[in-house]
Design a protein around this ligand. Structure first.
Ligand SMILES: *[C@@H]1O[C@H](CO)[C@@H](O)[C@H](O)[C@H]1NC(C)=O
Ligand SMILES: *[C@@H]1O[C@H](CO)[C@@H](O)[C@H](O)[C@H]1NC(C)=O
Ligand SMILES: *[C@@H]1O[C@H](CO)[C@@H](O)[C@H](O)[C@H]1NC(C)=O
Length: 824
């Protein structure tokens, strides 16, 4: 009571707290909610000052304003106000801080109405409740520290102390819980990220959040906060190895797999999708290798050549969907394959090689290279057999090309040398090089005549300049070393320089006659021809050319006896007693030609009495055919033709006068026979010759005497030597040529006319011509006399001209006197 009063006095809230006791004042009670039915709230009787017994009489009753429900009732026997039904504060007042229920207390008899207010006091009968049992939160792992995530607060129907007082978050490393109050005063919770999440470590968290109230006993409610960690691209791909190593043989075909790199990314989805690419690669390598961006397989896409590169390094980058990347190094070792054949280089070459180099001369240097490695580059070098060359290994990969034998350009002038180089790979590769070598000429071969000796046959009376023959010499040397030049070696033929007889065409070797030859003068001679090459020094060889002059029938027979017709009055005496067949006379004729051309035949072409005489066709002997009879004319005249056997044949005729008589005196008219021809060439020639020789001799003597006079010490010089008298001083003559002409012994007479002995060096060569034996007046001898001088007509002919070769001066005088005697 005291309390109520004081409250009323102090605060004016009397209405709520003071129980009105008097008159029709309000009654006020306080009661805890949720009390059991029947629980006593207060005593109305007492508070109203009524007798308990009266209550029932007065039909006391309590009604709730505006509500039918009877939460409280009156125990009429005790006057107590009791809880009639469960009173839930939260039901009636919710969150209102004070909860007053209004009742009306009705008394009848007299009707009396009292207000009754019931203060319902809160009891902690409600636990905090979260709106949901589970709160799902999706938080990206990349969320930064301090990030806040709102959590709806728990509700507690109770108020005041009994409502939610605090939250307790399950212990965890990542989040803390904080309570915030809005400006409007409402509260909410926040999950604050205290430490970053890592999806890769923990994909989700379940945190239990407990809300507790301040009541007693304390009540709590929980919620599960289900945190799902969302992936963030926070992981770069990671290669399985930092450095990959692969080996690859060179020449691997396209698409050969080299190596596969692999990187894994802890992220998921796009963040974990790894693609590969080359991060650092040269343009060159770009062409050699390709990378599958999905599988990470590196494969060959170009020509892998060990010789180009032995080791490659590339960097491969692995990237995930959002661009995080990492890289790895890939080392590719290329292994050698024997794919390079050795290459032969000709470093130097002596070409052409003089053929006279000595064996062992270095003529070239060869270098061999192989781009492969190890044994694939070990090279052996060889040269084909058969050529006189070899390879001598020198320093490193160098070889000398050396001759092994003597070279001879004339045998082999060019060599094709094939050098083969083989490496030691497996299979081995080889290559070869052909070297062409030529051999330079040295003048080492003299010209060689095709024949050991040459013979030329030429008919006499040839035209000067006519071709006699040709000589050929071969010289296998090159160009001027093999160019043959012909020349006639100086020499003498018949005392004249050989060049006046023949000449040779220096280029062609054709030998020409320089002059016309006369068989009767010169039947053969030898000429030395030299073939010389044009080298330096020149080489030469000689050959003998024998020139044989053959006879031409250019001389008609010459009748020695009798003298030709008209010039002769020779008369033969035929004895009357001559029988048939007896030799009467003989026609003697000679022919300067030889052989057939000098083969004479005789024929009587005309005769006084054709039946009387006959002539030996070949002997020229005139014989009687029958016995001489008295009836035969005393004077017989025969004309005899002498023909040689040449083609065409030449002939001469003569007349023979025969006198058939036993006595010469019977024929006086013969004395009248005379010759008109007075000149004799022979005679004049002899005179000229004698005069010349005499003059020459006298001059000679004078010179010798003069020399001797000047040099008395050498008195004997004068007659020491032999002096050659040129034949030009002598009359024309015919040379004696031995051994030619088959019929020569019969018709060509040689006579040695000597005044002294036959050992004389003089040699008269028989010769006959028209003027040789003229029955000249100067001779003053008849032909028969003449014949007597030299012997029988059958014997031999006689007069010759001088043909003097050489003779001692001391004997010349004798010769001359002989000749003079002859003329006389
Ligand atoms: C050498 O080779 C060349 C060209 O290959 C060829 O013309 C020539 O006839 C050859 N010589 C020999 C002697 O084989
Ligand atoms: C001829 O030989 C000489 C050496 O005897 C040599 O020097 C010269 O070159 C050769 N001439 C030719 C054209 O080969
Ligand atoms: C050829 O003859 C000439 C002159 O007699 C001589 O000098 C030369 O040596 C000779 N040559 C040979 C190869 O005999």
């Amino acid at each position: 009571m005291m309390h109520l009063r004081s409250v009323l006095q102090s605060y004016g809230f009397v209405f709520f707290f003071v129980v009105v006791r008097y008159a029709h004042g309000d009654l006020s009670y306080s009661v805890q909610e949720e009390l059991k039915r029947g629980s006593v709230i207060g005593n109305i009787a007492k508070d109203l000052g009524l007798e308990v017994g009266r209550l029932s009489a007065r039909k006391a009753r309590v009604d709730m304003e505006e509500n039918d429900r009877q939460y409280i009732g009156i125990n009429l026997r005790s006057g107590d106000l009791v809880v009639a039904e469960r009173i839930d504060r939260e039901e009636h007042c919710g969150e209102k801080p004070s909860c007053v229920l209004k009742f009306e207390l009705l008394l009848e008899n007299p009707l009396e109405l009292h207000r009754l207010s019931l203060q319902v006091q809160d009891v902690n009968d409600n636990a905090p409740i979260f709106p949901k049992d589970v709160v799902k939160l999706e938080i990206t792992e990349s969320a930064a520290k301090g990030a806040r995530y709102r959590i709806n607060a728990a509700q507690d129907a109770d108020i005041g102390k009994n409502s939610v007082e605090s939250y307790i978050l399950e212990q965890n490393p990542h989040f803390v819980f904080s309570i915030q109050t809005t400006s409007a005063g409402s509260r909410y919770g926040e999950l604050v990220l205290d430490q970053e999440l890592d999806r890769e470590e923990q994909q989700e968290l379940k945190l239990l959040l407990t809300a507790v109230d301040g009541g007693s006993p304390q009540r709590s409610g929980t919620v599960v906060i289900h945190v799902i960690v969302l992936d963030a691209n926070d992981n770069a791909p990671v290669f399985t190895e930092a450095v990959y190593t692969a080996t690859l043989p060179e020449n691997s075909p396209m698409k050969t797999a080299v190596i596969t790199v692999r990187a894994s990314d802890a992220d998921e989805g796009v963040n974990g999708e790894v693609t590969y690419e080359f991060s650092r690669i040269s343009d060159k390598l770009q062409k050699l290798f390709s990378l599958d961006d999905k599988t990470g397989e590196i494969s060959v896409s170009g020509d892998i050549d060990y010789e180009e590169g032995r080791k490659y390094e590339v960097f491969v980058e692995a990237k995930d969907g959002y661009g995080l990347s990492s890289d790895a190094k890939v080392i590719i070792d290329i292994t050698d394959v024997n794919d390079n054949a050795p290459v032969i280089h000709l470093k130097s070459l002596t070409n052409p090689i003089p053929e006279n180099v000595s064996p062992g001369t270095e003529v070239g240097i060869i270098n061999v290279q192989d781009r492969d490695s190890e044994s694939n580059r070990q090279v052996r070098c060889s040269i084909q057999q058969g050529a006189p060359f070899k390879l001598v290994p020198s320093i490193k990969n160098y070889y000398s090309l050396v001759t092994t034998g003597q070279l001879d350009r004339e045998l082999v002038s060019d060599y094709n040398i094939t050098i083969t180089a083989t490496d030691e790979g497996s299979p081995p590769l080889s290559s070869s090089k052909s070297v062409q070598l030529s051999v330079a000429d040295i003048n080492d071969n003299p010209p060689v005549f095709e024949d050991q000796s040459y013979s030329a046959y030429v008919s006499e009376n040839n035209k000067p300049g006519s071709t006699l023959c040709s000589v050929t010499a071969r010289d296998p040397d090159w160009r001027q070393n093999g160019t043959v030049i012909y020349s006639v070696l100086p020499g003498e033929v018949n005392g004249a320089p050989v060049s006046s007889y023949v000449s040779v065409n220096g280029d062609t070797g054709v030998i020409h006659a320089v002059r016309s030859f006369d068989y009767e003068q010169l039947r053969s001679f030898k000429v030395q021809v030299m073939a010389r090459d044009n080298g330096s020094p020149p080489l030469s060889s000689n050959v003998t050319v024998s020139v044989f002059v053959s006879d031409v029938n250019d001389n008609s027979p010459q009748i020695l006896y009798p003298a030709p017709e008209g010039n002769s009055f020779m008369t033969e005496l035929v004895l009357k007693a001559a029988h048939g067949g007896s030799l009467v006379s003989k026609v003697i004729a000679v022919d300067a030609d030889s052989g057939q051309n000098a083969w004479l035949s005789y024929e009587i072409v005309k005769s006084t009495d054709p039946g009387l005489f006959t002539i030996g066709v070949h002997s020229g002997e005139i014989r009687t055919q029958r016995d001489i009879s008295e009836s035969d004319s005393m004077k017989q005249n025969l004309i005899v033709a002498v023909k040689d056997n040449g083609q065409p044949s030449l002939s001469a005729t003569c007349s023979m006068y025969l006198l058939i008589s036993d006595n010469l005196a019977e024929v006086p008219e013969l004395k009248d026979i005379s010759y008109d021809e007075k000149n004799s060439k022979l005679t004049s020639y002899l005179i000229i010759a004698l005069v010349s020789v005499s003059t020459f001799f006298l001059t000679f003597i004078i010179i010798i005497l003069g020399v001797r006079f000047c040099r008395r010490r050498k008195p004997r010089l004068l007659f020491d030597g032999a002096v050659a008298i040129p034949s030009a001083y002598l009359p024309p003559n015919y040379a004696d040529v031995d051994g030619t002409g088959t019929l020569r012994s019969a018709y060509n007479y040689d006579a040695y006319l000597t005044t002294g002995s036959r050992t004389s060096d003089f040699k008269f060569v028989t010769s006959y011509n028209d003027n040789t034996l003229p029955a000249d007046q100067t001779l003053r001898k008849s032909p028969s006399d003449f014949a007597d001088v030299f012997g029988d007509c059958d014997g031999s002919p006689e007069v010759g001209t001088l043909n003097m070769i050489d003779f001692p001066v001391t004997k010349m005088l004798g010769t001359l006197s002989d000749a003079l005697a002859l003329l006389n």
